[in-house]
Write a protein that binds this ligand. Sequence first.
Ligand code: ZN
Length: 273
Amino acid sequence: MPELPEVEVVRRGIAPYLEGHQVASVTIRNPNLRWPVPSDLGKTLGGLTIDKIARRGKYLLFDCGIGTLILHLGMSGSLRLLPDTAVTMPGKHDHADLTLDNGTVLRFKDPRRFGAILWTSVDALRHPLLAQLGPEPLTEAFNGYLLYQRTRNRSASIKEVLMNSRIVAGVGNIYANEALFQAGINPMRPAGGLELIKCEELAQAIKDILILAIEAGGSSLRDFVDTSGNPGYFQQQYWVYRQVARPCRKCGTTILQARQGQRSTFYCPQCQE
Ligand SMILES: [Zn+2]
């Protein structure tokens, strides 16, 4: 499932080819994504120039001046760019194409259809899907003190709180697990009991891990153009995520797995207290 770093890598991969270009046409083959794709999207977008592609949490925002195309990759979505010489027949899960004035096609593939393609003509950050998002983890607005303030009186586990996008945007299961390991915090600890110093260590760990993951994805940037695979979902080596029953790379203790709020948690009982 694409998390914040993957979405950021997608943004960096496609932006240079799309920004400053006009949309020539839109093809929607299957509008039944998480929410229906607007039926008049082609009319709305045709002739508009994509000024800038930004990211908020896991949403990609195509700023077209008079409005914004909001794109979410859901659980299995991916984007790739086909230069006009390489446009191929769409596959079964290629639900949408956005064709630019130079013939380049941005193709949206999403086998599980939990992704989204939406349009808003008002400030995208005030769209109902985005308005409630907490601060971006890689900005100064997110820091240990804020995490400390927002976790007071919360009895939910720190891991579940981290994955609440109202507390901090875009931290999903993989990076919540990894950040808690780096900060030496047991994922089951009640969030409200974390000391300020631990909140500061955790906020820093989140930033460090997301930056490392984005850098790891940098090597796959060229894969967004003219490929038939699933670009952007680079393989990384994790410390605890999906490492159950393996020895902890710091201390050798066996990594454990637990269930928290329908999601798998991985942790080292020795390094994380
Ligand atoms: Zn350990």
